[in-house]
Design a protein around this ligand. Structure first.
Ligand code: ZN
Length: 412
């Protein structure tokens, strides 16, 4: 188990006992007072080395159990989460002026998204804390992920989704047996309602940012990129950004590996936001140290998983990406839809819009020449089958023919 030292508020730095506080800093409130999980680095340095993780024999994110905040492996679900493939595409890289390009396909997780890394961990935390119901609000993926892992653990899940959540994601929730509330309003409305209900009914809340253990699951993607590249991580890593928790997780993961002496240099993490859903990129662009200033907006993008106008982990994301030396880039919906098709045709990896946002960001920066000669990884955070309707906007129709061989010849 990870040797957790304390939970620390990302804004005021107050430290809390993890047995006494579940969510956010009472002084700074839910938006500014998100917590980070701190470990006993000195103890971890003594016991961990590069071979430690492979020695567990686990081909999942639980190979990093020593750096994760669970009491034991007792409640770990049988589903295989994490240790997703990291593919190299040298020809594609060279065509874009890169020295190397890697694609981390997290669409291959059990419920087909990166969110499984967080849900697996949070369901375990609910059981360790003796909570009998888990809940969350989600644009779709976190919800379907929580529903899947709750089903695996035999724990009831109550889920709040905005009414515009894609059909495939809602179907996933219902298939897994969750009780689903489709909220007449935005993701932000669903989020606030879930928090209120969790408080009123005593449910354990997995909604983005407020639960400090989510980022712990999400950091394992960084661990894997480093280990899968033989401890030589790429120069830059691209990830789509909605609430800001996944980008924070990647920054934290690389930072922890560096502080433990497992990697010599930390990749720059580039957060990619959709143009009309980019409050974190805006906050980052004006940040000059000290207090993070941000403004909530109306959000619109085809990439539903990153359509967030009121990002809950904005303080952590801006602080971590700044400390990491990374940055943000915004892309249009057209660039995201183009990226879905370009990625699928060049690599065989089919991403949902938010998943392809990372590749859209890479393509945009590569065209400026700023990545020439660099090594880069893109994290594909969700499988394309989750939102095939979006991809249909960029592809033609099949050729309708009668079942006769001459018909084929006419179209060749
Ligand atoms: Zn605080």
């Amino acid at each position: 188990m990870g040797t957790v030292r304390c939970l620390r508020c990302v804004s005021c730095g107050a430290e809390y006992d993890p047995d006494r506080l579940d969510y956010t800093c009472p002084t700074c409130g839910p938006r500014r007072g998100t917590l980070e999980v701190l470990y006993d680095d000195a103890a971890l340095r003594r016991i961990l080395h590069r071979d430690s993780f492979a020695a567990t024999g686990r081909l999942s994110m639980w190979r990093y159990e020593a750096l994760l905040p669970i009491d034991s492996m007792r409640y770990v679900q049988p589903l295989r989460v994490g240790w997703t493939p990291l593919y190299a595409f040298p020809d594609l890289a060279h065509g874009m002026g890169l020295a190397a390009l890697y694609v981390k396909d997290d669409g291959q997780n059990p419920t087909a998204s990166y969110k499984d890394r967080a849900s697996s961990l949070v369901v375990i935390k609910a059981q360790e804390k003796g909570r009998s119901i888990v809940t969350c609000a989600s644009t779709g993926n976190a919800a379907s992920s929580l529903a899947g892992f709750s089903a695996a653990a035999g724990l009831p899940a109550i889920i709040f989704v905005p009414e515009r959540a894609p059909e495939a994601k809602v179907a996933q929730l219902l298939v897994y047996g969750a009780k689903v509330f489709s909220v007449q309003g935005s993701y932000d409305d669903a989020y606030d309602l879930a928090a209120e209900a969790a408080e009123a009914f005593g449910w354990y809340n997995r909604s983005a940012a407020m639960n400090p253990y989510l980022v712990e699951g999400k950091k394992t993607g960084a661990f894997e990129i480093a280990e899968q590249l033989a401890w030589q991580p790429p120069d830059v890593v691209f990830i789509g950004v909605g609430d800001g928790s996944v980008v924070s997780g990647l920054c934290k993961g690389f930072d922890e590996f560096a502080r433990l002496g497992l990697i010599d240099r930390v990749p720059r993490v580039i957060g990619v936001q959709a143009e009309d859903s980019s409050p974190i990129a805006a906050a980052f662009s004006t940040y000059a140290g000290g207090r993070v200033e941000f403004e909530d907006t109306d959000a619109h993008t085809v990439a539903d998983s990153i359509c967030v106008g009121k990002p809950r982990d904005v303080v952590k994301a801006v602080t971590y990406v700044t400390r990491n030396g990374g940055s943000f880039v915004t892309v249009s919906d057209d660039e995201i839809l183009d990226a879905i098709v370009a990625l699928a045709r060049a690599t065989g990896v089919f991403a949902e819009p938010a998943g392809a946002a990372s590749y859209a960001g890479l393509r945009k920066l590569a065209r400026t020449g700023t990545l020439d000669g660099r090594t880069a990884a893109v994290v594909i955070s969700g499988n394309g089958l989750k939102d095939a309707t979006a991809a249909r906007q960029r592809i033609g129709a099949p050729i309708r023919i009668a079942p006769r061989i001459e018909e084929i010849e006419r179209h060749l």
